[in-house]
Ligand binder design. Sequence first.
Ligand code: ADP
Ligand code: MG
Length: 232
Amino acid sequence: MANPFLTLRNIDKQYNNEQVLRDIDFEIAEDEFVAIVGMSGGGKSTLLRIIAGLEEPSSGTIKFHEHEPVVRFMFQDDRILPWMSVLENLSFKSRDPKSKTRAVEMLNLVGLSEFADYYPSALSGGQRQRVALARALMARPQLLLLDEPLGALDALTRRKMQQLIMQICHEQHLMAVLVTHDVDEAARMADRVIVIRNGTNRFEEVGAKGRDAAAVSEVSDKLFDEIVNTAY
Ligand SMILES: Nc1ncnc2c1ncn2[C@@H]1O[C@H](COP(=O)(O)OP(=O)(O)O)[C@@H](O)[C@H]1O
Ligand SMILES: [Mg+2]
């Protein structure tokens, strides 16, 4: 790969006697949007935590080709604080007065400028996920780790959020690793989709990001076959 940002080599992970990941081996290039798909319980979240440095692999290496890049997470549950306004949720961690300006900019970016003073309980699920996205962007990350972030949303909101995330990653030159069991979402959003099966990655497919519905459906069918029909 020409400009790798991240290289994973021969990653194994065991919990007690359970082998969750084995011989995971891939690279992620600068500016790439990668999706990782696989069955529930297949080790996807574990892999993301390893990439984030929150967990050590049992063996194998993980290398960022840049010194200490900024990496941020977004999860299915939004983890926003109910006793703070939307704006405070974004800016409370920093004493820098510029942080409030940045928070206003990020709310603008996710289309929530009018909701800065709202409390989270007054927001819809989709709006709360937009707050979570804006908060993840506060630290100017180079890499976003998305762990099934849209799993709890209704289908229409989900499609809108997919578009918003793709657009923001493109405009802000953000790399992303999206973990999902939804092959359609992976096909639609990613430049490249990596399948995790039996704890390892031996199959990948070019994503259908920015292409038409027929292309998305073709890619997602292939992914589905790979995961389900040949899985066990
Ligand atoms: N901290 C942990 N301790 C023990 N087992 C774990 C831990 N985290 C995950 N596992 C196990 O690892 C397997 C993969 O989990 P996970 O990475 O969450 O899968 P996925 O995100 O693909 O659904 C599961 O069997 C889960 O029970
Ligand atoms: Mg998971």
